[in-house]
Design a protein around this ligand. Sequence first.
Ligand code: FES
Length: 162
Amino acid sequence: MSAASAHWPAWHEATALQLLAPLLSLPGPLLPALHAVQAHFGFIPPEATALLATTFNLSRAEVHGVITFYDFFRREPPGQRIVRLCQAEACQAMGSEALAAHAKAQLGVDFHQTTADGRVSLEPVYCLGNCACAPAMMIDERLHGRVSAARFDALVLAGESA
Ligand code: FES
């Protein structure tokens, strides 16, 4: 049984099979399948590795290798909100490294970690397509630009919505 999260559905094999069904005929279906699993369950549960291997006739090691190769795929349930800080070049030029240091200090976590209260997962991302408004940040599916330390605090710590 996978680790449970109050904010994401528990692992359910039949649901996962439904997610995978439309992908069966794709060439190279593993990456879209991993995206689909994570989008639904919030992370890639250990049970998914075996199911994906069986479904796509791959070894578990192959599936595990892809999951661990890409930073994007989580192997633990995420927090209630996922905060992604852009660390790519344009954002770096506008202070994203200092913003990341601020975020880590305020939240008490490093990248790829979740706060002890389970409220926030902090992740790096490499370009959100918002370079003109660097430094950029995404909270769940919402994009924010020109993020200062004060704006980060208001959006992430105080939970402002805009
Ligand atoms: S480099 Fe950060 S949004 Fe493009």
